[in-house]
Design a protein around this ligand. Structure first.
Ligand SMILES: Nc1nc2c(ncn2[C@@H]2O[C@H](COP(=O)(O)OP(=O)(O)OP(=O)(O)O)[C@@H](O)[C@H]2O)c(=O)[nH]1
Ligand SMILES: [Mg+2]
Length: 235
């Protein structure tokens, strides 16, 4: 006789309950929160730095860095002049809402317009953990190839925006942008797609304009009791 012990549901239910409270808090305080997901090395920190260089004159921005160990990414973000908190998960391959709740004690969201959460680099574990974010965005880099969409559909389906990073490397890799957008149209037609290179700057303005629209919408709705589109809502 075998016995099955279910861990998944209670852990996720507890996470989602706190995530919903965080979402309500973000809406009340008018802060736009982006949960940024990707595999390790796809360009999350570099994209954050490019975003900071364009938006930090207009908006008050805080960054939560999630890594298994080290504070290298938080140091880079602080050097760029933003408020930053490093979370070390100590081996866990994703961030959870309880970790964000603690990071907010340091960040003070009521003093910010935008919080970017750089999640732990992982295309699988991060997907199921709602952090109460206003926007879930993922990055797929050109060197990873567009077949990741077929291999890891969950992360692409759950994201409202997909950044295709490192487009400057397109000539030396097999990434097929037409094939990628056609497959995205099938699995998540509402997702916005932003091809960009943080190295050359190509496409970064379109990404930042999209974030700025979201920040303005969030500020306009602050305290109205109607959170801007959260996970699973209209995209
Ligand atoms: N050519 C090119 N390289 C890039 C671009 N963006 C990032 N890189 C490089 O890709 C490598 C990884 O970038 P990171 O920004 O550290 O990636 P990450 O997703 O934050 O990595 P982890 O935090 O370790 O998961 C670095 O060597 C960057 O310089 C880009 O647009 N073009
Ligand atoms: Mg990083």
């Amino acid at each position: 006789m075998s016995q099955t012990i279910e861990f998944g549901t209670p852990i996720l239910a507890k996470n989602d309950e706190l995530a919903n409270r965080l979402r309500a808090r973000y809406a009340e305080e008018g802060v736009y929160v982006v949960n940024l997901l990707s595999s390790p090395g796809a360009g999350k920190t570099t994209t954050i730095l490019a975003t900071l260089s364009r938006l930090s004159q207009r908006y008050r921005i805080g960054v939560i860095e999630g890594d298994i160990a080290s504070d290298v990414d938080a140091v880079k973000v602080k050097q760029a002049g933003a408020r930053a908190v490093q979370i070390n998960t100590g081996g866990l391959c994703h961030l959870e809402s309880a970790m964000i709740d603690r990071a907010l004690d340091v960040l003070h969201p009521e003093e910010l317009d935008l919080i970017i959460i750089e999640n732990v680099g992982n295309l699988v574990c991060t997907v199921d953990f709602d952090l109460g974010e206003t926007l879930r965005a993922m990055i797929l880099s050109v060197p990873e190839n567009d077949d990741k969409l077929l291999k890891y559909p969950g992360i692409f389906q759950s994201s409202q925006a997909v950044v295709v990073s490192k487009i400057d490397t397109m000539p030396v890799f097999d990434f097929d942008m037409d094939r990628f957008t056609k497959t995205m149209d099938q699995i998540n037609p509402q997702a916005r797609i932003f091809p960009l290179s943080s190295k050359t700057g190509q496409g970064v303005d379109a990404w930042c304009d999209f974030l700025a629209e979201g920040i303005e919408r969030c500020k306009a709705e602050a305290g109205s009791g109607t959170p801007t589109a959260g996970r699973g809502e209209a995209r």
